[in-house]
Design a protein around this ligand. Structure first.
Ligand code: NAP
Length: 287
């Protein structure tokens, strides 16, 4: 029986929940293996390349990648999935049937699956996406929404970052993707039109600075909106609390964390998705 060697490349890694999720899946399946943290300091491209090579020769069977290597590693693999190519970042490395190393971005489908499961987003074309932040996670979210047909506005404090996101993703989606300024948020959400899906893709509100919220103080919430916060520590976040107090459906990002891990684990092992999902959700206290 195979001993599954799985793990996570990044730096720093101490607070990652990934070992808990993947170990729970291995145990639920009764499989031998481990999911280990492999710290790779920023700029250590040689170590990154060595891990890619270990995956190619089968010394490890699956790797996740996190900050600060998600973008660099996309240039080190032979194949990129459409999601990884569009977003320009990889969070999952796997070996293809022909022995090539491939990069995927399971944050894209992980976010969209969880958001659709927990918020009333049938008919995405009838919603407008408002993504706060324009970093790596915002790229994954904006791509997921625009690919589903939702027009998206991306709001960042650095205009250049928001415009770069819109420019880079535009060739990969059909729905419009536009940059916007924080100062214009009020005018934007007051605009008459369909419902808003407001997504926090900044770290604002994350412990220990959990009193903070990305939603500008004093700005009324749109009457018709749903809210998704990628932050999940603490639970609920201030942003989620504020939205719920305004009567809006609002969820945090723990479900996304689980879904992106489910997709990676299934990609590596071929395990049944439902069994993996229920083990991982239970491991972090969901359901
Ligand atoms: P990132 O690449 O560093 O991007 C962060 C973005 O937030 C940047 O646009 C940054 O702008 C902006 N930002 C930071 N502080 C801000 C502030 N005070 N006000 C306004 N904008 C601010 O980080 P990331 O990888 O995209 O991750 C973003 C968050 O999502 C993190 O909290 C991460 O843990 C979370 N996340 C969750 C999941 C999940 O599964 N739930 C998955 C991925 C990420 P500047 O560049 O100007 O600072």
């Amino acid at each position: 029986m195979r001993y599954w060697q799985l793990g996570l490349l990044g730096y720093p890694l101490e607070h990652s929940l990934s070992p808990r999720l993947h170990t729970a899946a291995l145990q639920a399946l009764g499989w031998q293996g481990e999911y280990r943290l492999y710290p790779v300091p920023p700029g250590d491209d040689r170590a990154l390349q060595q891990w890619v090579d270990r995956l190619r020769v089968g010394h490890v069977h699956g790797l996740n990648v996190t900050i600060p290597h998600k973008t660099t590693v996309a240039t080190r693999v032979e194949v990129l999935t459409p999601a990884a190519r569009a977003v320009g970042a990889v969070n999952t490395l796997f070996r293809t049937a022909s022995g090539q190393v491939a990069g995927d971005n399971t944050d894209v489908a992980g976010f969209w699956r969880d958001a659709r499961a927990r918020l009333p987003l049938e008919e995405p074309r009838h919603w407008r996406g408002l993504v706060l932040g324009a970093g790596g996670a915002a790229r994954a979210v904006a791509y997921a929404l625009a690919r589903a047909g939702m027009p998206v506005w991306v709001v960042a404090r650095r205009w250049a970052q928001a415009t770069a996101l819109a420019r880079d993703l535009a060739p990969h989606v059909t729905a419009p993707l536009r940059p916007a300024r924080w100062e214009a948020l009020g005018d934007l959400v007051r605009a008459v039109g369909p419902r808003w899906l407001i997504v926090n893709a900044t770290p604002v509100g994350m412990a220990p600075r959990s009193e903070a919220s990305p939603w500008p103080a004093g700005l009324p919430w749109p009457a018709s909106a749903a809210v998704y916060d990628l932050v999940y520590h603490p639970r609920p976040t201030r942003f989620v609390q504020q939205a719920r107090a305004a009567g809006l459906p609002a969820v945090d990002g723990l479900g996304m964390l689980v879904e992106q891990a489910v997709l990676a684990f299934v990609r590596w092992t071929g395990a049944l998705e439902a069994q993996v999902r229920s083990a991982m959700r239970a491991a972090v206290g969901l359901d």
